[in-house]
Write a protein of this length. Sequence first.
Length: 433
Amino acid sequence: MRALLSLTLRQLLRATLWTAGIVLLATVVAIALAVQTSPRWAPPSQVSAADVARARDFLRRSDPRRLPAGNAHTLVASEQEVNLLADQLVARVAPGGAARLTLSRGSALLQASLPLPRSPAGGWLNVEATLQQTSGLPRVEALRIGRLPVPRWVAERLLSRLVAQLGASAEGQLAHDMVQRVGITPGRLELVYAWRDDSYQRLLGTLVPPADQARLKAYAEHLADLTQAAPAEGLSLAQLLPPLFELARQRSAGGDGKSGDALAENRALLLTLAVHVSGRGLATLVPAARHWRQPRPVRVTLAGRDDFPQHLLISAVLALEGGGPLADAIGVYKEVADARHGSGFSFNDIAADRAGTRLGLLARRAPEQLQAQLARGIRESDFMPDVADLPQFLSEADFLSAYGGVGAPAYRRMQADIERRLDALPLFRGPLG
């Protein structure tokens, strides 16, 4: 009997080891098939000013605050608009990645290349999924990750778990409560949703979660202290950056209830400054900000002008959030619009935009190092070139006559001149640049 029991245990152990080995081998094979060494789909090379104009028109006509609450509404987006938004979403959550949707009758093909974080070999997930229209949200009809085809039942289970995880978040719960149906037609996506009385406040809450609100409050109240004794002529941006980045450095160090997240601190700092110099209050983003200590409305300047800080800081925030191409395109779009209807096209504004883009990218790529450098002090000439000689206030006719339009050879020469000036600045030519 003892021998029989011993034999049985040996057989069970052997079977267990074989099963574990097969599972381990299958896992290794699956990972080898799923993870690839290079992206299959590249991100867009450039966001154009026309793309920005298209997105602006889309957001304006789709603003749900103008709609009556409680009723079902339909948001219609072209394939180009959907892909522009997808590009910016990927730039935020997976920098360097790419995604695109191809819309056909009743189905959509999603293709995405996503970098694996902290992968020593630089691995990529190349995902291809076919989404089928239903009476509600689309379902996954087919899924392939790298060279690994995923069975439909596995894909549905993965999607169910993802939906459950998203539903536990404020963003997921809001989407679940609002979105009723997604319709897919060739070149067009239709989103049927319900806009309720509390939807706008809930949307603001998802865009600026409590942790980010606490960061914004810290910088807004420190800015209130800095502006309290400001002289009548105002303050240079170079006077505000060091004390604010010193606060960011301290908060990023962690401990004592501080965040320990340098990137998030930089984002909150730059957003606070950008909102302040634009003349808007943080209450437009965070209603609770009405009860915070408010900065005095002092004039903030750069090279003696109060419009340069606006260009620089807004571009910095955009670059930090979505990468440089978006910030650059928005800057060009604004200048083209000014040439047609406003003060005229100004290359010195483009230079301020590009300085801001570089600052925002540094705040993202080397957050702690930037904090340490700016906290020690900075001059205007360290991050903003002399642009007094650059053409400005050009009408559309003068701009086209002299430079041939955006992207023409003469325009690109002006761009190259601006980049050379930026390259020579201490902040951008040093170890951070």
